[in-house]
Design a protein around this ligand. Structure first.
Ligand SMILES: NC(=O)c1ccc[n+]([C@@H]2O[C@H](COP(=O)([O-])OP(=O)(O)OC[C@H]3O[C@@H](n4cnc5c(N)ncnc54)[C@H](OP(=O)(O)O)[C@@H]3O)[C@@H](O)[C@H]2O)c1
Length: 304
């Protein structure tokens, strides 16, 4: 560990003074060295933040010192200042709460885009979310409700399930005996799987005919294998969503989704749940709270 010099904005880059940064599951994997892309060592972790522009590099248009922005990057956000390409930033309306903005971007974009683009969720359907009390999971509960779905949340503890119910889930279930519990709750048209491991198959088995099973993450660590006979017999479509890849192939769809989310956020219709806020010097504890599953919703790190 050591102090790094303040970053300088290169061409097309912007230096942002970080007011709040959010912990994402990928930060844990990057720190552990198990993410699909390795960060060059040494590095400062942190992939999502909100703050104010302090310097705009050559060629940057539309952003000036003092502007409020939120953004994402691969690493570097758990710091007082971060340099990012201007394309990774979204301008914030004056007066936007920086902590809510830091907690919003990745989780709600992942939830909204996976439900609309990959799952094609329609009003009146039943959505089951595995890992429903996590950052993306709680966002999916809220967004699913707003899209007109009945939401079944699956989470490990009574406190997490109570939070899911407060965020709009109609039913909240533990993981054990999942197939029977989900079936008893009416089954699901759409399963949003953020967990994988041993929980994917029971959820698939409790799906209604013609449903969509969408894989978004493997928080449990193991990548499940899906028996295709179930897919065949149930007429289920198995799909997936990864925000980076989808954004490269269909940037216009993600732009439309981001605009819709920005409107819902500004109207106060979506409200990220912040579990805890840690000062920068206790950043390791913030990462641990997410890694050991004691947190729900988003954990923030605040420099200063
Ligand atoms: N595809 C994409 O574009 C994309 C984007 C963002 C995130 N993701 C993925 O989505 C998943 C959720 O991300 P997140 O940021 O919401 O993470 P998070 O806040 O840490 O939530 C993960 C949730 O998974 C549940 N879980 C179940 N088994 C677990 C285990 N063995 N270890 C850890 N957690 C376990 C935990 O809830 P319980 O304790 O209730 O089980 C936890 O709330 C991750 O796999 C992440 O990589 C994918």
């Amino acid at each position: 560990m050591g102090e790094l010099p303040d970053p300088v904005a290169g061409p097309g880059e912007v230096v942002v003074e970080v007011h709040a940064a959010a912990v994402n599951f990928s930060d844990i994997l990057i720190v552990k060295g198990t993410y699909q892309v390795a960060a060059p060592v040494p590095f400062t972790p942190g992939s999502e933040f909100a703050g104010r522009v302090v310097e705009a590099g050559a060629g940057v248009e539309g952003l000036a010192p003092g502007d409020a922005v939120m953004g994402s990057t691969f690493v570097g956000a758990f710091a007082q200042r971060v340099a990012v390409p201007a394309t990774g930033l979204t301008a914030l309306a004056p007066g936007t709460d920086m902590r809510a903005a830091a907690a919003f971007g990745v989780a709600y974009a992942t939830a909204h885009h996976s439900l609309t683009l990959a799952a094609r969720l329609v009003p009146g359907e039943t959505l089951a979310v595995l890992g429903a009390a996590g950052g993306v999971g709680l966002a999916a509960v809220e967004v699913g409700r707003l899209l007109g779905a009945r939401v079944i949340a699956v989470a490990s503890s009574a406190a997490k399930r109570a939070l899911c119910l407060a965020k709009g889930a109609e039913v909240a279930l533990p993981y054990d005996d999942l197939k029977r519990r989900l079936a008893a709750a009416g089954g699901a048209d759409v399963v949003l799987d953020l967990v994988g491991g041993e929980h994917a198959e029971p959820a698939l088995r409790a799906m209604r005919w013609g449903g969509r099973f969408v894989s978004v993450g493997f928080a449990a660590g193991d990548i499940p294998r899906i028996p295709l006979n179930l897919v065949m017999l149930k007429g289920v479509t198995v799909g997936g969503f990864e925000i980076g890849g989808w954004g490269r192939r269909d940037p216009e769809a993600l732009r439309r989704g981001r605009a819709e989310l920005a409107r819902l956020f500004a109207d106060g219709k979506l409200e990220p749940h912040v579990h805890a806020v840690y000062p920068l010097e206790r950043g390791a504890e913030a990462l641990a709270a997410v890694a050991n599953r004691t947190s729900a919703g988003k954990v923030l790190i605040v420099p200063g």
